[in-house]
Each structure stands twice: as C-alpha cells, then as structure tokens.
Design a binder for this molecule. Sequence first.
Ligand SMILES: [Mg+2]
Length: 368
Amino acid sequence: MPQIAKLETFTNEFVCFVRVTDDTGAVGWGQTSTYHADITALIFHRLVAPHVLGQADDDILALVQRVEEKEHKFPGSHRCRALAGLDTALWDLHGKRAGKPVCALIGGTPGTVRAYASSMKRDITPEDEAARFVRLRDEKGFTAFKWRVGAECGHDIDEWPGRTEAVIPVVARALGDGIDKLVDGNSGFGVARAIEVGRMLEAEGIGHFEEPTPYWEMDQTKAVTEALSLDVTGGEQDCDLNVWRRMIEMRAVDVVQPDVMYMGGLAKTLQVADMAAQAGLPCTPHAANLGLVTMCTMHLLRAIPNAGKYLELSIEGPDYYPWQEGLFLGDPHHVEGGHVTVTDAPGWGVEINPAWLERASYQVSQRS
Ligand SMILES: [Mg+2]
C-alpha cells in the first residue's frame, strides 16, 4: 500500500496548487480553495501535512476525517480550504495510478457536461449584461445563463437604486425562449423582499433563485422556498456536514450547491451529494472561477445520479479574474455547443502551467 511521502505547495495570494508524492515516486496534483491562498498554504503545512505524511493513501475520506479529528479545535473554513488541496491531489494520484479519469473512480464516465454561463458582475448595467449574454448564446451555444440581483449581503439595498427591477426583465427578455435562466441574490434580501423579487423572477420565466436571503439563516431561506414555486438554491459556503444535514432535512432549498473546494474536497462533496440524493434533491455545485474547482465539478457531475441540469462556468476574463490567467496548459474548459468535456485523461486531466509554478512561492513537508 503506497504511503504519502511528500506534500508540496506552489502558491500566490489567489491560488495554491498542491503536489503529493507517494513512496514509489508517483505524483498527483490538486489545489486548495482560491483566495488568501498563501494563508491556506501555511495552514496546509501546519494543520494537514503532519497528520497524513507516512499514512497509506488508499482511503481519501478517512485521511480527511483523520485531519478533522486531529485538528478538531479548528473546525472552520480554512481547514476545509486546505483539506481540499490534499483531497484533490490524492484523487489525481489515484486516477493516474489506475490510468482513469477521476469521474471513472466514482462511478461515472468521461463525456460532455452542459454548462451555464455564469456572470460574477453586479457593477454591470442590465443592457451590457444582456448584450454579452446574447453574444455568448450565439457564439458558444450556451443554453443557460445566470446573472446577479440585489447586492451581496445587501440588506435589501440594491447595487444602485432600481437595478434589480431593471436587470430581471431586460436580461430575461433579451435571451428569449428556450433558455434556462438563473439569478443569484448572494444573501442580499430579507424574506419579504426576497419573495417580492422571486415573484418578479417567476413572471419572467426564471427557474433558479440562488441564495435569496442570508445563507446562514436557514429558516429565512426555507420561508422563501415555501413561498415561491421556482427553485430556491444554496449552500455554496457551507462545509459542515451537520449544517448540510439540517439544510436538507428541513428542505431549506430545492437544489443543493456545495463547492468542491470550500467543502474540503471531492470526498466530502460526495457525502453531501449523496445526502441530497436520498432526499430527492438535485445537486448543482458552486464553481465560480476557472481554477481547478470547475474541472473537479465537471468530473463530479459526470458521476453522481442526482446531478443538476448544468455546470456553473464563469464567463469572466482577465478584467475580473486576472489571477486565473495561465494556470493550465491548453484550454481545459473549452465550450462547444454550450458544453464542456471531461476527457479520458487520467486524474483530473489537466496540466498545470510550469511557467506559473516557476513564479509561485514554494514550500514542502516531507517524512523526516
Ligand atoms: Mg452563488
């Protein structure tokens, strides 16, 4: 049984790649969650690496749980963000050993995944948002789009007065029939305003209302879900399985949206997806940038029985996400007819750009 011999991080402020090497010299590549990634790298070497070096690597979930128990005084998001680096590197290693893509290790197959074009912008006018969506619909064949209403944690105060009332019909009508339409409130509204906005969405044929109210107030989310007929969705920030259990049992949302990286990796995300499947709920994960999270989500959606209708695919470029440029060789998120493709390449099937790694800060933990 191979054991974990070395764990290396390559990081800047936004992205931290992890390389795991086993005692036979085989390697796998993963990534911690994005943002403050330099802090996450430090946590990785202090809270994660010491507990798994020298351990057999066959049971990824057991290793994640081992770290959670060894560091049970630190149950927060940063521990999960760091664990995602371990988990995703090990899945890549397992795939490369087996000569199979990760999706095949979890019961799926390579192939295409329908994507929805996901806007991250609120400082964009309704007309400009509509114009770029129509261009993407016609040029790349997207059949689903998500845009933003309200303001992040906005307490009913809009990005600018009247934006929500304008952006809903302007974008929906520009896209026209036969397109799935989604909006995201990012915890922006109280219950009464969320229901009012939800009725506007329903009138324009929008079927997905994400995070209408503060996500940590699950009773509020549930009240909105019960009042509206469209799908209320959420969960992107949540990484605690007990929170997920409660959210699913109380039917706070109609669709669960775990983020593979915020969750602490694929193994824990599969647990959430399974909990949702048993409750009859679809899983449409959160994947808001073109770091490794989107590729991990593509593999997940090719495997789980309750995969939602589409993959979240960010449409933002260098003006919004300058840090995501040049992470990978080639174009792993290439869109054809509104779909991306999971290939049969082993592991995650991506190659990290050596020039990016060259510029990153390096740290190593290994068996002494
Ligand atoms: Mg969201």
